[in-house]
Design a protein around this ligand. Structure first.
Ligand code: RET
Length: 238
């Protein structure tokens, strides 16, 4: 496989889409109270990292021929930073302010566990992609899926309960965002399996196109929704 102009065009769509998403998130969040702005800034950090990643990929940077196929390492670098941040943006809605040091330690434990599982998911996904042995590929794919399910388990149990304890509105908004995130995230391993990383049934052009659409939904649209919900919740607060 090689780098086609169709791929480059889709990667530019990703670049301009993420850039526009960053601007929209800023505009939608602009009249939020200063004390709630960190939600906006975090969402903007996520789309900014993706903007840079798409710029790099559109210029064929961080894409390497490994085992006879193009491996988009830049994508995994993006994901390993932004997926923990996406989860953090939900945790910042769901987890209450802390009152004691004991709670701080518990909180570090919870966040550490979720981020650890997420990082394992991405890193082993890359290992599964680059290995030429079918057995290793299956093994790493399985570990990656275990990481994914561990993330979902914590987000749907402990963290969701915490969000609900903060009131019906927070609980409802958290669940809506988490559901949106879960549905989108499930498409990633599907595209991965169908693409060059898996059994290559759709071809690299389609793979790049699908990841671009998924990334725009999972980062830009997700960030816009999140900031809109934070606006609603802060209005109800005061
Ligand atoms: C991989 C490899 C195979 C198994 C699994 C995967 C999951 C990836 C996910 C990625 C999410 C990316 C996001 C990017 C944001 O723009 C690594 C494809 C389970 C869930 C949300």
């Amino acid at each position: 496989m090689y780098f086609t102009s169709i791929m480059a065009n889709w990667l530019w769509v990703g670049f301009f889409g993420m850039l526009a998403g960053t601007a929209l998130i800023y505009i939608i969040g602009s009249n939020l109270k200063v004390s709630a702005k960190y939600h906006v800034y975090l969402a903007m950090v996520i789309t900014s990292i993706a903007t840079l990643a798409y710029y790099a990929m559109a210029n064929h940077q961080g894409i390497f021929m490994i085992g006879g196929k193009e491996v988009f390492v830049t994508r995994y670098i993006d994901w390993v930073i932004t997926t923990p941040l996406l989860l953090m943006s939900l945790l910042l809605i769901a987890l209450p302010a802390l009152k004691s040091f004991g709670e701080v330690r518990q909180r570090i434990g919870l966040i550490g566990t979720i981020v650890f599982a997420d990082v394992i998911m991405i890193v082993t996904g890359l290992l599964a992609n680059v290995t030429s042995s079918t057995d290793s590929k299956r093994f790493w794919f399985l570990i990656s899926c275990l990481g994914f399910f561990a993330v979902l388990y914590y987000m749907f149990t402990v963290v969701r309960k915490s969000a609900q304890s903060l009131g019906a509105t927070v609980g409802r908004n958290y669940t809506t965002l988490l559901t949106f995130l879960t549905i989108l995230w499930f498409f990633y391993p599907i595209v991965w399996l169908l693409g060059a990383s898996g059994n290559n049934t759709i071809g690299l052009d389609a793979e790049v196109a699908l990841y671009t659409i998924l990334d725009l939904l999972a980062k830009a649209v997700f960030g816009i929704l999140l900031v809109m919900m934070v606006r609603e919740m802060k209005k109800l607060d005061s």
